[in-house]
Design a protein around this ligand. Sequence first.
Ligand SMILES: NC(=O)C1=CN([C@@H]2O[C@H](COP(=O)(O)OP(=O)(O)OC[C@H]3O[C@@H](n4cnc5c(N)ncnc54)[C@H](OP(=O)(O)O)[C@@H]3O)[C@@H](O)[C@H]2O)C=CC1
Ligand SMILES: CC(=O)[C@@H](O)[C@H](O)COP(=O)(O)O
Ligand SMILES: [Mn+2]
Length: 400
Amino acid sequence: MKLTVLGATGSIGVSTLDVVARHPDRFEVVALTGHRQVEVLAAQCRRFRPAYAVVGSAADAQRLAGMLRDGGLRTEVLHGPDALSQVASLPEVDAVMAAIVGAAGLPPTLAAARAGKRVLLANKEALVMAGAVFMAEVRRAGALLLPIDSEHNAVFQSMPHDYAGDMAHSGVRRILLTASGGPFRSVPLETLTGVTPEQAVAHPNWVMGRKISVDSATMMNKGLEVIEAHWLFNAPADRIEVVIHPQSVIHSLVDYEDGSVLAQLGNPDMRTPIANALAWPQRIESGVAPLDLFAVGQLNFERPDLARFPCLDLAYRALRAEGNAAAVLNAANEVAVAAFLERRLSYLGVAELIAATLDAVPQAAVPDLAAVLEADRQGRAAALDLLVRRFGASSAQGPA
Ligand SMILES: NC(=O)C1=CN([C@@H]2O[C@H](COP(=O)(O)OP(=O)(O)OC[C@H]3O[C@@H](n4cnc5c(N)ncnc54)[C@H](OP(=O)(O)O)[C@@H]3O)[C@@H](O)[C@H]2O)C=CC1
Ligand SMILES: CC(=O)[C@@H](O)[C@H](O)COP(=O)(O)O
Ligand SMILES: [Mn+2]
């Protein structure tokens, strides 16, 4: 199978290449993309010898090309958003790992879907922003969409094999998404005012990029995942429930009409869902240790407290509002998380800024990609404006 890995230099990208390296007879890497981490991408190119590598800027492309030439590699180095879409839709590529973080991942992921690829979807923001447009393109092009997000991969594994998007027909009552509750699940509520980016990114169970780690702390990650589940499984909001499960061993569950509840369990290591989607419908070795239930000992469950996790409530509200609301929610969240990581916004300010942005941007339909991108633009503009005017941040904003 010939692969493009979008976001190869990130947490999911590195785990993907770890699985790929275990099966040189099965997988061939055609293209790798990074953004700013040129040295990491250069090392990956030396190891996997792709035909194409993509970075964010012309200057970095020049630097990478020099490094690869010195190593005797023939990899063609490209840069910029169009190059991402180009390598996501190459005719010789069978499967695309979509592991760019945030809205920047939408155009190349959509390009892969439009080209009818096997799309391994980690970039949940793409589906949150553009769910209807994205799913329509998947169906039109006959692409195979396989979820990488651990919860959705667990649901995928626990659904009937012939599930075609009709929960009632398949006897599915509810989808139960598990959530760790993040680093602030049980700290006294009054201490949340002063929490730092370092505390927020210290996830109890998973090692991930900084943006998704903050999302886990606020539980916006679970909110985005509720919206993701809605689109992937054609599930209405009131049939998707979130269950806090602090051990992150049960990755999610499907509740059937006959009272059966099927779940997928495993150690919290993304190489399991990555291997599952890369090889589906076969099973391959992933490097993940066998689950030791005696060491786990206990599996606990709690109902999420929406006063502690208002972002979860905001995401359900955006899903129910339909139209541009989810794209605005996502845009505001990206602005808020970046500002929090730069210490320009408090932890509690993240949810407040998102709520204020949702109030500020008028409702609109999003029938096509242009409308989705306009909703994203409006959400970012409103959030940045509110950040300065209402939340007192200075007007300069650095990279996320
Ligand atoms: N990490 C995890 O365990 C999980 C992640 N996900 C999802 O997977 C996606 C990736 O997450 P994760 O790997 O943690 O994130 P990371 O921050 O670790 O990696 C992000 C990747 O995207 C690249 N990137 C960043 N900005 C841009 C841009 N503007 N244009 C092109 N490429 C860009 C980065 O390049 P560079 O580093 O070179 O600058 C890097 O390769 C997210 O959508 C996340 O929600 C879902 C489930 C679990
Ligand atoms: C590994 C993965 O899929 C993450 O999205 C994970 O779910 C984050 O943990 P939380 O349950 O804390 O959001
Ligand atoms: Mn997840």
